[in-house]
Design a binder for this molecule. Structure first.
Ligand code: SAM
Length: 210
């Protein structure tokens, strides 16, 4: 997105929560690939979507430093839970400390491990799933979660524009291919409705038909 437009959007959106601002800053100081964190505008959108749905259960694949988990948890109904899965155990304590500072420790359950191993053992049905793990694995995640999404429930998948690489004719790198194959698979599914929101790197919003 061009910088002038982004500045305008930021100036005309609710200011970033100070805990999230600090989390984003520290993520940039302490971790590689810090721009994986959702950040202000996308975080606000995630919060709003969650507030519209008022989920009982949310599943997130890819916690990273906890930015999106904290945003999504803001919309949970009282007593609701967000389960977030992250395979990199070096991130657990950092994310936990910000989840605590955001006052969300009662709402967010962190699980460390590979999503593919963990999801089959989850017994609850989800109102909302946020797919934001390895781009090569999006189809696997979708296949694993779709039967655990309540009828009428939603899936959000991040980075589906992938820096516009999805438009390329001869994609060879596995991540771009993973995203493009996911988008092509989704458009053929008949039991869902979907739309791509062109914010940041593209968010696919999927609704499972009732
Ligand atoms: C883009 S980052 C997540 C960003 C975070 N959702 C946010 O918006 O702030 C992706 C994360 O997914 C994790 N990841 C990748 N593949 C995974 C898998 N199969 N299971 C669990 N976590 C995975 C990575 O270690 C990385 O921290």
């Amino acid at each position: 997105m061009n910088k002038r437009l982004e500045k305008y959007l930021v100036e005309h959106s609710t200011p970033e929560d100070p805990v999230l601002e600090e989390l984003y800053r520290q993520t940039h100081i302490r971790f590689i690939n810090p721009n994986m964190a959702s950040g202000h505008l996308q975080g606000k959108l995630l919060e709003m979507v969650s507030l519209m749905i008022r989920p009982e259960y949310i599943l997130e694949i890819g916690t990273f430093t906890g930015y999106s988990a904290i945003c999504l948890a803001k919309g949970l109904r009282p007593g609701g839970k967000l389960i977030t899965i992250e395979m990199n155990d070096e991130l657990t304590d950092f994310a936990r400390s910000y989840i605590r500072r955001a006052g969300a420790e009662e709402k967010i359950i962190q699980i460390t491990g590979k999503a593919q191993k963990i999801i089959p053992d989850l017994s609850m049905m989800f109102d909302l799933v946020f797919i934001d793990g390895d781009k090569r694995e999006y189809i696997d995640y979708y296949r694993l979660v779709i039967d655990k999404v309540k009828p009428g429930g939603f899936i959000l998948a991040d980075n589906v524009i992938w820096g516009e690489k999805v438009l390329g004719q001869d994609i060879t790198d596995p991540q771009s291919k993973g995203i493009r194959d996911f988008n092509e698979m989704i458009i053929k599914e008949t039991d869902i409705n979907e739309v791509i929101i062109p914010l940041r790197d593209g968010l696919m919003l999927i609704n499972k038909k009732e």
